[in-house]
Write a new protein. Sequence first.
Length: 203
Amino acid sequence: MGAQHTRGHIVEAADDLFYRQGFEHTSFADIAAAVRISRGNFYYHFKSKDDILDAVICRRLDSTRAMLERWELENESPAARIRSFIRILIANRADIMRYGCPVGTLSAELSKLDHDAEAGAVKIFTLFREWLQRQFSLLGREADADSLAMHILARSQGVAALANAFGDGRFVQDEVDRMCAWLDACAAGPRPTDSQIGEDREI
């Protein structure tokens, strides 16, 4: 097993453990056991857990960029691309119900810890925000594209948090359907008013 392959295996295992157990509750020993390498070999690649965290955030940023690029290639219309974002709640429903959103949980934990890496974790949200903003602009909603992007981000995070709290898969499906209906309304005309959103007429 080459050094680069071993390093990648460590980062992959750490990424999974940070998601399932949390960064603070995952130890060097946990990661080394998951990868099945000696402590000496482990320390050759990473000197601290913070070094691993930085690598995990870089890995998540790279995978997010790749996913967004794939959605661009697979879907011709901006509305279809936005639906791909919405439907990741369904694709990852089992994990979300058990552990929450991987982006949201990491950002929240690092914020509580006042960790220096918090800004790096927020960059993942920023990737989604900027990508969604671009899709809404292409949809003809240039004037309020960022507001719409933030709304759908906030809605999806709320769904993930409640799905994790209640473990209700039907709730996730119902909310995804509502978000898709809201997206159709956004594509068809002016942005729904705050009162409409509050009354759940559109989403």
